[in-house]
Structure formats: C-alpha cells, structure tokens
Design a protein around this ligand. Structure first.
Ligand code: HEM
Length: 396
C-alpha cells in the first residue's frame, strides 16, 4: 500500500463528521494505533484498546480530556474533577457520589416526565417541529436545575438575573453552550439563596457535606468550590444528553419498523436507548495525556503524547458486537463505553438514561411516526460532542 492510500483521520475536519464510521473501520483494521502528524496525537479505535482507559497512571486526565486542552498546556481550575487524577479526584468524586444518589436520580422521574408532557403536548397537531429546539435544547438543562433543587415555584425568589436566564430557556432559544441557560452568575445567586433556604435537595447536601480535603482538614466546601462542581456537572450533562435525544429522533426515523415495535411494546425502550447510545455516542472520543511510554500493537507511544480513545469506533468493533453497523433495539449490549470507563465513569449515566427513556416514551406516545426534513437538518461536531443542531421532523 502506498503512503497515499494510508488511512487518514482528522477529528477537526467536518467532512469526517457526517459519516465517520467507514474511517473508524479502517482505523480499527489498518491502523489500530494511529498517529496523526498534523495535530500530533495518537489514537486507538478497537474496543479492547479503548478499554485500557482506566489505567489512569499511564493515561492522565490532569491536563484535560479534550485534545486541544491537552495540547494547549492550559492550567485547569482546581476542583474540576473530570480533569483530575487520584488522589484529589477521589476526594472530589467521593463527595459528589454522596449527593448524586440513585434514589435522588430516580425521584426526579415524575418531574422529568411532567416537563416532557408540558413540552410535547402543545406540539400535537403542529405538523412539524424541530426536535432539537423543542426538546434537546431544553430538557437536560432543566433537569439539572431540578437535580440541584431550583424549584420552579421559587424561581422568583432567586435574583432577577437568574430568573431572566430561565425565561430565555423557556422562550425556546437554542443555546448549547449551557452557560447562557444556567450561567455561573445564576448558579452563584442560587447557591447564596439556597444557603438561607435549605431544603432536601442536592445543593443543600453539597453545601453541608463535611469531608476530609487533600490536606487532611475536615471542612465543608467553599462557595467557589460548590460553583466549580455545579459548573462541571452542568457542562458534562447538558449538551451530551441533548445530543442523545437528537440521535433518537434521526435513528428511529431511519428504522421505522423498530420504531413501531417500540410503540407497540414500550418495555423495549430502555434497551433501545442503550442501542442509540452505542450506535451514535454523543461524545465520540476521550483524550488523555500519556505519562509514561506505553505499548500498543508492538509500537511505543512515548511519554508526553496526547492520545484519543475513540469510543464511537470501539462501539462498532466487530470483535465486540456482531454486525456492529446494524441498529438493533434487541441487541444484548452489556458493558458499553459511551459513558467512559474507570474512575471517571460518567456520574450522570443513570440520569441521562432516565431522561432518554422518558423522552422516548413521551415522544412515541404522541408521535408514533415521523420523517426528518433531511435538507434542513444540521449536524455539528465540536471537539467534544457530535450530534444534531437542528432536526426538523415532519409528523405523519
Ligand atoms: C448521554 C449523556 C451523557 C454522556 C454520553 C456522557 C458521557 C460521559 C463520559 C464519556 C465521561 C467520562 C469522561 C472521561 O473519562 O474523561 C463522563 C463523565 C462525567 N459525566 Fe457524563 N455523560 C452524559 C450525561 C451526563 C449527565 C446528565 C451528567 C450530570 C448531570 C453527567 C455528569 C458527568 C460528570 C460529573 C462526569 C465526571 C466524572 C469524573 O470525572 O469522575 N454526565 N460523562
């Protein structure tokens, strides 16, 4: 094979984003350890290789989990647990695990459903609407608000700026940056307000949780630390979950028979959500900084390298999933890599699944069939997520 025929993959090139899967297949087959000279990074694409992610002593998160961040050498603000290694990561994660309980997540279901009902009911009879603007861009941020305990009835009690932000969210404006919908300023206002108005929510627990910090001092979190935590949670849980809902809309439109099965038997929905997550993961790749020389397929990745673990490629590895390019709501999926693996495994996985399932149930109840207006659908890939920015659907 000549050099010209060698597989090339550039995560920043939008032409790959439309259908990256043929390139991923070639990477798995022809370059299981891939090196991109233009951007100077290594990448692995096979399920078995991506599964080495938990080795945090070799693959560090301390410089970020996004390629540009690692290359930029930027200083990471302290307390950003997604960008930390043990032991400090353990301290921060343990604290968040304590307040992010399965019971608390499960208890959100009625509120999540009520929000879906309120959002979807007015669209019945509309003929067409943009699924992303109507649901993806709204629901995840509102659910994070619910999780934090921002009560809708009490929203007025939070300062005007905060209220203003929420109105923007309700106005149907699409903003995927998250910050504008649940801004730092608003979260800060809410923290201050919640201090004086304790309740049984996550924020109250976070403000009161005593813990031993990295210096062995037992204390509670400072306002700044709480703000960082909540910003990380909001940043990690907003766009990703929004993209999942968008993918449900396009993948089910392309598989109308399976969609009909879900309408006929909603008990199949949880596994269907799992299969959408495998088939089109909202976060296609996770980056790490390589701290010591490490070997893949007989070649050495030198210490100091940046490395991408391509989840979206591992999810379609034929060694792991039979006929991986087939979407199959009945597939036995088992452990999957879409929420990461190891010490940074997504803290919001149960919440994202809950949102995905409730959204799918409520959408299918009202709209058992739809087509996508593909000419006006817009796919986008940023360095962290891939998914629909606009997905106009035609009901019928
Ligand atoms: C479909 C939706 C979601 C996907 C695909 C997703 C994916 C991921 C992935 C791959 C990681 C690991 C990153 C790494 O190893 O560097 C992660 C971590 C994390 N996720 Fe999610 N996530 C989703 C939803 C959520 C939600 C709803 C929340 C919270 C409300 C959340 C909170 C977090 C947090 C706090 C971490 C950091 C955990 C740690 O570093 O220990 N995620 N997520």
């Amino acid at each position: 094979m000549s050099a010209d025929d060698a597989v090339y993959w550039d995560p920043y090139d939008p032409t790959f984003a439309t259908d990256p899967y043929p390139t991923y297949r070639r990477l798995r087959q022809e370059a299981p350890l891939y090196y991109n000279a233009k951007h100077d990074f290594y990448a692995v694409s096979r399920y078995a290789d991506v599964s080495r992610l938990p080795d945090w002593e070799t693959f560090s998160s301390a410089r970020g989990d996004i390629l540009e961040l690692i290359k930029s050498d930027m200083e990471i603000p302290p307390g950003t647990l997604i960008f930390e290694d043990p032991r400090i990561h353990d301290v921060h994660r343990r604290l968040l695990v304590r307040v992010f309980t399965p019971r608390r997540i499960a208890a959100l279901e009625p509120q999540v459903r009520e929000f879906c009902v309120r959002t979807l009911d007015p669209l019945v009879g509309a003929g067409r609407f943009d699924l992303v603007a109507a649901v993806s861009a709204q629901m995840p941020m509102r659910v994070i608000g619910m999780l934090l305990g921002i009560p809708e009835a009490d929203q007025e009690a939070i300062r005007d700026s905060a209220d203003e932000n929420l109105r923007t969210a309700e106005g149907g404006q699409m903003d995927f940056k998250g910050g504008a919908v649940l801004s730092n300023e608003m979260i800060g206002d809410y923290i201050d307000w919640r201090k004086g108005n304790p309740s049984s929510d996550l924020m109250t627990d976070l403000l009161n949780a005593g813990f031993e910090d990295e210096n062995g001092v037992t204390r509670t979190l400072t306002r700044e630390e709480v703000l960082t935590y909540v910003t990380v949670v909001a940043g990690a849980g907003n766009e990703t979950t929004g993209r999942l809902i968008g993918w449900m809309g396009s993948v089910l439109a392309r598989h109308p028979q399976q969609r009909q099965e879900l309408v006929d038997d909603p008990s199949l929905i949880p596994n269907a959500v799992e299969e959408v997550l495998r088939f089109e993961p909202p976060g296609p790749a996770i980056a790490r900084y390589v701290t010591k020389d490490v070997e893949f397929h007989g070649q050495t990745v030198p210490a100091g390298s940046a490395m991408l673990f391509i989840i979206a490629a591992a999810n379609r590895d034929e060694q792991r999933y039979p006929d991986p390019d087939r979407f199959d709501i009945h597939r036995a999926i088992g452990l999957q890599l879409t929420f990461g693996t190891g010490i940074h495994y997504c803290l919001g996985a149960a919440l994202a699944r809950l949102e995905g399932q409730v959204a799918m149930e409520e959408i299918l109840k009202r709209f058992p069939r739809w087509d996508v207006d593909w000419d006006n659908a817009k796919l986008a890939q940023t360095s962290t997520v891939r998914g629909w920015e606009a997905l106009p659907i035609i009901i019928g």
